[in-house]
Design a protein around this ligand. Sequence first.
Ligand code: TPP
Length: 419
Amino acid sequence: MTATDEALIAHPAVARVNFTGSTRVGRVIAEIAGRHLTRTVLELGGKAPMLVLADADLQAAVEAATFGAFLNQGQVCMSTERLIVDRSVADEVAVRLTERAAGLVVGPPDDPSTQLGPMVGREARDRVLALVDNAREHGAEVLTGGEAEGLYVRPTVLRGVTPAMRIYSEESFGPVLSIIEADGTDHAVEIANDTEYGRLGRRDPAGQRPVVPRPGTVPIVNQGTAPMTAPDPGEPLRPAHVFDLLARLLPADAVVVEETPSSRPELHRRVPARTPLGFLSAAAGGLGFGLPAAVGVKLGAPDRPVVAVLGDGSSLYGIQGLWSAAHYRAGVLFVVLANGGYAIMDRLAEQAGHGKPPWPGFTEVSVSAIAAGFGCPAQRVASHDELTRILAEVVPSLADLQAPLLLDVEVAPDPTYGF
Ligand SMILES: Cc1ncc(C[n+]2csc(CCOP(=O)(O)OP(=O)(O)O)c2C)c(N)n1
């Protein structure tokens, strides 16, 4: 830490310090911030678990684990460090994972065939190798990897990792994945929580069942989110398909205004904000914010491409904003996810055991027809192909759009609601 860092933390104009980095430096920042009563948000070390339960799709699990553990050589704060596997499927997972990891191409970052590049420095490499050696000495099996050539550490899979080994609790921040076996779901969750770091929750790879972390812990995470290229034959279009198309096409300076309650986690996961003001969302969920907010943003920042991603219910709460958009020729692209109901509320009612909710669906309400009534060009979109074609036409020149356009996209709610 330097005098500049301390001056920044102490300055009255700094209301809060967000720090992402090592626990060691985070502790120093917290100490300095404490002296000046500056608030902090610290994203420090982690020992992220991924759980593979007995009924998981094992190939999907292995793919997600490979991606989660070895992306950027494991030098990612949310890298998968612990693979907690139900004992009944552990042999199969170990075999498939070993094969997958051993087949990854390690090489220079400028070679297009490279999948894993070098570690960031000698110190990082030595720390990783020391953790692997320590595990080996305490009886872990090195299924693949465990060695380095220069700064290139081979993707490493360990099995039989126990609390006696440093790697059980210390973050490797390298391409090392530890398999830990569990006897059933409760035991797997217990092991996942056996860490001094924050805990993560995610769905099991088959996407069937949320594994809920201990109360007070932090549910996140998005590793291994498979791109939803197009619906399978006979499958409906889902919000995730729409988001992946947007993510693929939107330019980096796009402003995404969000009000899509039931698919918000998917949107966060799939559509990254890459420029300041790249993402706007009403934190407290007072519906009716999104549609007029997008119009205001476009009028205030006419050079930015602006897309509003809205639930059909949400758009009705601020629908009169379309008149302003049309009248002032605000070139916003409104993407309305038309599922014909208050999906999130339906889901909550169902979870609370109230059966059919007292509020109606509104499949007969057409947001595109109402938009046309306000003078806003609009069209109903019923298929992935149609949406792909329209977005490919509109998005490249979105910043210069001279009038609003509303796409009323027929979707079915995501059955997992993104969790
Ligand atoms: C002003 C206001 N009224 C009601 C609500 C309650 N509410 C929260 S989400 C929701 C449904 C939103 O439906 P839609 O935008 O279609 O999204 P979906 O849940 O279908 O994704 C409602 C009515 C609210 N948050 N704010």
